[in-house]
Design a protein around this ligand. Structure first.
Ligand SMILES: N[C@@H]1[C@@H](O)[C@H](O)[C@@H](COP(=O)(O)O)O[C@@H]1O
Length: 242
């Protein structure tokens, strides 16, 4: 694992965007695994401005997002579909049919998960998976538990996760209780994983995930097994690391 620690948000966002941009420049048909949440917003902003400077094109890029809330229609402002349009897709030349998220409103969620895995399989291995880390160690919406699931599946959100995401909704009650998420097997099969974590409130979980025991109780700890893991941290998130 390669850990890089940055002094300041902007430098970190720029470094993450440069890694993604470099991949697209060398492989225009790259398959990207994308993440949502607060962490990647600045990274997407950088990618958009680099794109607008003409540094690269997303025309042949394919994307698969990690997850989507179950029950939220795509046009709900807090759906991850809406987030991706707002923060990235609407500002670049990616072809909409090459962007993928699980459909949170699919009538048969299990079938939707199978469909999503088939699409990922058909696209081939993810070249890069961008990841954030939840306060409880979740990656995507793979929550801590006695076991983890390899493929895309429906998951019950941990209370802590709903509380953390309540800031985007009018009230906690409005935060969905379930989500469709890529599994840890798919995440770990990516050729490269780019984990980005910021803030002092994540320092403990960064320590557990990167230097603690590998356990399903902290899904992020499984990333230690990946042969090409790049971790970008700000100083606050890195402060408990040995
Ligand atoms: N499903 C997402 C994750 O993909 C994200 O990485 C994590 C951390 O979010 P944030 O970056 O806002 O702290 O929580 C969310 O609930």
């Amino acid at each position: 694992m390669n850990i890089l620690i940055f002094d300041g948000d902007e430098k970190l966002n720029e470094a993450a965007a440069n890694i993604i941009a470099g991949l697209i420049q060398t492989k225009p048909r790259a398959v990207l695994g994308l993440a949502t949440g607060g962490t990647p917003v600045g990274i997407y902003r950088h990618l958009v401005s680099d794109f607008k400077l003409g540094m690269f094109s997303f025309k042949e890029v394919t994307t698969f997002n990690l997850d989507e809330y179950a029950g939220l229609p795509a046009d709900h402002p807090e759906s991850y579909y809406a987030y991706m349009r707002r923060n990235l897709f609407d500002h670049i030349d990616i072809q909409p049919f090459q962007t993928h998220l699980p459909n949170g409103k699919a009538p048969d969620a299990e079938e939707e998960c199978r469909r999503y895995d088939e699409l990922i399989d058909k696209a081939g291995q993810l070249d890069l998976q961008l990841l954030g880390l939840g306060h409880n160690g979740h990656i995507g919406f793979n929550e801590p538990g006695d076991e983890l699931i390899g493929g895309t599946h429906v998951t019950e959100l941990a209370e802590a996760t709903r509380e953390a995401n309540a800031r985007y909704f009018q009230s906690l009650d409005e935060v969905p209780t379930r989500a469709l998420t890529m599994g840890v097997g798919t995440i770990l099969k990516a050729k490269m994983i780019l984990l980005v974590v910021k803030g002092a409130d994540k320092a403990d979980i960064v320590k557990r995930a990167l230097q603690g025991p590998i356990t399903t109780k902290c899904p992020g700890s499984l990333l230690q097994t990946h042969p090409n893991l790049v971790v970008l941290l700000d100083q606050a998130a890195a402060e408990k690391l040995a």
